[in-house]
Design a protein around this ligand. Sequence first.
Ligand code: GLY
Length: 375
Amino acid sequence: MAATTICSWNDFDPLQHVIVGRADHTCIPPSEPATEAKVPKDSDMHGLWGPRPLETVERANAELDNLANTLEQRGIRVDRPTPIQWNQAVITPDFHTTAMFGCMPPRDVLLTVGREILCAPMSFRCRYFEYLAYHPLMQRYFDEDPLFRWEQAPRPRLTDASYQSGYFDEITIEERLRRTAALDFVTTEHEPLFDAADILRLGQDLFCQHGLTTNRRGMQWLQRHFPDHRVHSVNFPGDPYPIHIDATFVPLRPGLIINNPQRRLPDEQRKIFAGNDWQIVNAAPPAHQQPPPLCYSSVWLSMNVLIIDHKTVCAEASEVYQLEQLDRLGFEVIPVPFRHAYPFGGGLHCATADVLRRGGCDDFFPNQIPGTRIN
Ligand code: GLY
């Protein structure tokens, strides 16, 4: 096997080594100050918590294994996390919750920036120990790659001060949208918080979605932690549940991004893309009217694709409109069945985390246009 090298600067350069999640022991976590954010009002998940039914775990694992095999058949090295028993309480001096989540979506917690993998300071109490599932891999990478930077953002305390109390009481979709547009989220600015899946990596620039899981202090921490990068704040006012950027704003190759048409990037924030010859096109509509049962995510997981290189992309097999659009845009499209895995933490991009992509830290935005930068 080739020597282990950790390095990735974006989501589209040629993929050589990746982590694919596992569904074992995944739980629906009990309600806590941050999770009401993620569960839509009409969701079948309200009031439920505990281990997911075994047959659904097995179906999700079959799809995850198939994804891993598909990538390996293309010569991509695949590693898998080591699930722990997620149906255990988390008790810290500051909070207590009775179950954890899972390790199907490594993208949420692991942020790869160049030679570094950074474990994110996530805002869900039930996800406090999720990084443990990746610890054996991080330890191995540390032993095998002398230049690997194994990092952990400051562990948040997640006391009640990190959340607005009563944020979700009687909240309508209209009110959610009003608050999203006003950048009024359940997480406060008490301490730095972000999910890795809110960070879009484009070489020297990191675009962070300001939303329910990432606050301004989290972005400020990122800017200080990556002083050679330019960290930007973006937001998407049409999203009633702004969590994770990868079903909203997805770069396909240098110069081309698909944007969820219901969650349009505001004009002011588009300027830096237009000013550097990036084209933003509307993503194709989802093929489904509803997400699968017991799913946190929206039907827009249709655009949550895993890019293999500038000409090749994995997309969910039943998402016929997205497959067609990618084909029209000149990609070889690899259809991958994944709807049984969706409820466990998202789509093909969510279920993976980059270890190695060939290519360097490009400057895609030499014309820096004011309006998005974090100082
Ligand atoms: N935030 C992911 C979604 O749209 O479901």
